[in-house]
Design a protein around this ligand. Sequence first.
Ligand code: NAD
Length: 441
Amino acid sequence: MKIAMVGSGYVGLVSGACFADFGHDVVCIDKDQSKIDALHQGIMPIYEPGLAELVGTNVKAGRLSFTTDLAKGIEGAQAIFIAVGTPSRRGDGHADLTFVYAVAEEVGASLSNDAVIVTKSTVPVGTGDEVERILEASGTAHKFAVVSNPEFLREGAAIGDFKRPDRIVIGSESEFGREVMREVYRPLFLNESPILFTSRRSAELIKYAANAFLATKITFINEMADLCEKVGANVQDVSRGIGSDNRIGPKFLHAGPGYGGSCFPKDTLALLKTAEDYESPVRIVEAVVKTNETRKRAMGRKVVDALAKHYGGGPDAVRGKKVALLGLTFKPNTDDMRDSPAIAIAQTLHDAGVVVAAYDPEGMDIAAPLMPEVTMTDDPYQAIEGADAIAIVTEWDVFRALDFSRVKDLANAPILVDLRNIYDPEDVRAAGFEYSSIGRA
Ligand code: NAD
């Protein structure tokens, strides 16, 4: 089966490479010439574990190719996926559908055979209707169907998630659409991954509802963590205590600095806008968005407080002090910096007159222009050198076993603020650190 993937970013490239690995003939298309040039040279434009190997194998086998030429790329494809970005629209928080509609226009103008056009991008309810309208308006003589197939992969574990999904959601109004999609996912179907066929609008909403629910779970445990600090409880025990209830489940119950990334912030916001448009408020999600937003700066203040406590004399005492930020990406095993809490934390520190040095294994190239006031370093210990406090922002493995005696030698003061709860408080305190973490009184 021939598949075209329009948009070769985190979702498009991973999906395209996995489909090729299933045996399909895949063309990944992107309008960014530098991305396609890099892919032609075997260089991955993003960091995702296992991706370079997967792409390499499938290119070599002749099942995966790349182009900037959409008309050529979609030629003969029975399924044309749209996997372009849908960022928050500047000013109002609605999903910006410019890229999706531009692809629909281009596909309409170049369609040269019957095909199913599949929206993999996360798009608000009703977008499929508009894509269909655009294709109809193009006057194409070919039979087509517009299907919604939202993607649930997680960056950092994207290949495993794509190949072994909890479920595949396919929203289609036509049998032609369902038939082609069954063929696309047949290899997974044989793997017994459940395929859920729904209406197109239901599929579009499922993606937002899933992300909003996960964001709610994170925000819930973060607020419980704050309460734990006040009442003298331990949020990790609370998480275990509630998460072992099958009705709740243990995942997404790790307290931290607030959710970030390319999906939860923009998707929760877009869901609020949809709800507003339809006059059907989603008040829980409203509270989640607001709570998460204020949390990020609160985490910066937590670091300032730890400094102020050590040096005495209130917030002014922190001016000119140096903080080492360990981890910048919104989670480990990705280079994605979109809406990472680290950005607001660094900004809060900077606003308080604190000098910031940082280290992240994969995110620094992208982070540097986003946080020009931060000095990027070559390794964790270089960031720690001369630091008055160390803050762990992302739980990369490399930060899980810091050499404490080396850290104490290099740092000005032994203050460790662990925003991911990766250390045992007793161990760290025994090593002579002033240690604070999240929700562990
Ligand atoms: P991305 O920014 O990494 O990739 C999008 C790509 O589309 C870019 O390479 C861009 O150059 C390309 N593009 C834009 N317009 C184009 C056009 N007209 N023709 C060809 N290419 C074009 O974005 P992403 O993270 O892969 O996200 C894509 C979609 O998938 C979004 O809607 C996102 O919400 C959704 N999603 C993302 C994730 C994730 O973890 N990143 C997970 C699930 C769903």
